[in-house]
Design a binder for this molecule. Structure first.
Ligand SMILES: *Cc1c(COP(=O)(O)O)cnc(C)c1O
Length: 404
């Protein structure tokens, strides 16, 4: 591993070797060096944030095929701002009371199978969540049918949300169809659904009104960025509630690609997006990262990840006491993820092993989502080859130590 000292060494904070994939609490992904460099250079001059958002919007529009695009403070903030746009549209009176939503439709319908811990993002905007469908008790039923989404839509509905995951049964198209029949917009949470790059366009192509991606996961932009793409009217509402105005009313000159000043009564007040500021450095970093993400050869990146997975599997299988398997063999076009189990001894069980790896310096984080099944996960995406070697050595050291 690199013996170069890091800024974290200077601060006395241990670094992490990330075997867990893109996880925010261990700081997402490593930003592309070109994006980090662009951020540093962004700090050298002032710029009007409206002009810069407008430029970012152009790129997002090209990349997604949407009418308009906007850079937010993470995908979660894109969901909050998108929800605020669906509730307030371009009504300043409503904007000025959010997150209070007296007398306006404020329900966001969510298929029950899509409920997840990020839904606080909708509530921050003032939304009340309404579940559609029922949970399946193992009968093999689909937990949510399109008619159940339709039945949950009422005069109080502001939006329907759809959280895209690879194993969704309910189709996005069916949800869009029932929502649009009632003139209700559909927000798609696709925060972690890149790659494949084609997903940038897929949701807009099938008619989603707004879609949110994380800028700090596979795009490898600044960790605090998100991408919102969708209908111009809704993105205008987002810009009205997010872009700082704060000038003399007569001098208000919003970026025309995002806001048509003739369509609104005048300059807006700071909206609900104000506490979710996006700075020039983040905007520039995201733009550069997205450009590079679009140019990247996806199959080459996947090949590299899977080579690292093969190396890890081979080396870990040589360690007595470990049981290593591929958890997603049936998905040839996705990154190989390993499940690692341990023949527990009195001294070492799997949880203790995970804790001990985390207590090292650098701290080694394996994925713990599968701990209830008695295994941990290794995702090769966020590791270098040197780090992969180090991880194998350290796991071996712990397992052998406690066997002997
Ligand atoms: C990561 C994630 C988010 C949040 O994205 P940020 O860019 O970290 O704000 C939201 N929803 C889902 C499904 C996610 O995986």
């Amino acid at each position: 591993m690199s013996s170069q000292s890091t800024v974290y060494d200077e601060l006395g904070v241990p670094t992490v070797i990330n075997c867990a994939g893109e996880q925010t609490r261990i700081s997402g992904t490593l930003m592309r060096p070109e994006a980090a460099d662009a951020m540093r250079r962004a700090a050298n001059a002032y710029v009007h944030l409206g002009d810069l958002q407008s430029r970012a919007g152009e790129l997002i529009t090209e990349a997604t095929g949407a009418e308009a695009g906007y850079v937010t403070n993470g995908a979660a903030s894109a969901l909050t701002l998108g929800t605020a746009a669906c509730i307030a549209d371009n009504d300043y009176e409503v904007m000025n009371t959010l997150p209070r939503t007296d007398d306006v439709p404020d329900e966001v319908v969510i298929p029950c199978a899509h409920r997840n811990e990020y839904e606080v993002a909708y509530r921050v905007a003032g939304a009340r969540l309404v579940s559609a469908g029922m949970n399946d008790l193992g009968n093999g039923l689909e937990s949510v049918e399109p008619w159940e989404v339709a039945a949950a839509i009422t005069d109080s509905t502001a939006a329907v949300t759809y959280v895209d995951r690879p194993h969704n049964q309910l189709s996005l198209q069916s949800v869009i169809d029932v929502a649009h029949e009632r003139d209700v917009p559909v927000i798609v949470d696709a925060a972690a659904e890149l790659p494949p790059t084609e997903n940038l366009r897929r949701y807009i192509d099938v008619g989603a009104d707004l879609v949110a991606f994380s800028g700090g996961k596979a795009v490898r932009g600044p960790q605090t960025t998100g991408i919102l793409a969708g209908r111009a009217e809704l993105v205008q509402s987002v810009a009205l509630q997010h872009l700082p105005s704060g000038t003399h009313e007569d001098l208000w000159d919003p970026p025309r690609s995002l806001i048509d000043p003739d369509s609104v009564p005048g300059m807006p007040r700071h909206g609900i997006g104000r506490p979710m500021k996006v700075g020039k450095e983040e905007l520039v970093g995201l733009i550069r990262a997205l450009e590079l993400f679009l140019e990247e050869d996806e199959s080459e990146v996947l090949r590299e990840w899977n080579e690292r997975a093969s190396f890890l599997m081979k080396k870990l299988r040589e360690i007595d006491g470990l049981v290593v398997s591929v958890c997603n063999e049936d998905e040839p076009d996705t990154v190989t993820v390993l499940h690692v189990g341990l023949e527990s001894t009195e001294e070492l069980d799997i949880e203790t092993l995970i804790r001990r790896l985390r207590a090292e310096n650098p701290r080694i984080f394996v994925g713990e989502q599968t701990l209830n099944q008695g295994v941990f996960r290794i995702v090769p995406k966020t590791l270098t080859t040197d780090e992969a070697r180090h991880v194998v050595d350290r796991i071996r050291a712990h397992v052998i130590d406690f066997e002997g």
